[in-house]
Design a protein around this ligand. Structure first.
Ligand code: S3P
Length: 164
């Protein structure tokens, strides 16, 4: 069984924390975006642009479902994993601990400001993004077994808290 599934908004540090944790435990690290990219040979940005968000969400759902059966590791998910109702059910019912990395909108906005690789940032204004953040927040909360407020914490400090 996976040791944890990390959820949270873009820029909350899911990938960095997941990699740090997996390395400390000697476990494999998985990231839904990377898995999607290796399966499809396209980046999330390319899938969004060429096939649309719905297609990306369908592939993402399939990827999450498959990862629930993996024997060990730490899984980081894309920030939009909670956009699909079926994923909420999967996250709420799995025995794998689901951890919500909660970063304030100001924190993620600052981190994302110069990021050109995330497709949502190409199509949404700052106001749209803030609305997306507010809309998703309760979904992360409902899906998680545990929430960590990460704004002022290093990845190592988050991992230490997860061990506590
Ligand atoms: C998305 C977040 C991205 C990626 C895709 C869509 C989102 O993952 O899955 O660009 O809708 O928030 P990260 O949270 O790892 O950036």
């Amino acid at each position: 069984m996976l040791s944890a599934i990390l959820i949270g908004f873009m820029g909350a540090g899911k990938t960095t924390v997941g990699k740090t944790w997996a390395a400390a435990e000697g476990l494999p690290f998985y990231d839904t975006d990377d898995l999607i990219q290796s399966h499809t040979q396209q980046t999330p940005g390319e899938i969004f642009a060429e096939q649309g968000e719905q297609t990306f969400r369908a592939i993402e759902h399939q990827t999450l479902k498959e990862m629930l059966a993996v024997s060990e590791g730490v899984l980081a998910t894309g920030g939009g994993i909670v956009e699909n109702e079926a994923n909420l059910t999967l996250l709420q019912t799995t025995e794998i601990p689901v951890i919500y990395l909660n970063a304030k909108f100001g924190t993620v906005a600052e981190r994302l400001m110069d990021d050109q690789t995330r497709p949502l940032l190409q199509t949404q204004s700052f106001t749209d993004l803030a609305q997306t953040y507010q809309r998703r927040k309760p979904k992360y909360e409902q899906s998680a077994d545990r929430e960590i407020v990460v704004d002022t914490l290093s990845p190592e400090a988050v991992v230490a808290l997860l061990h506590a």
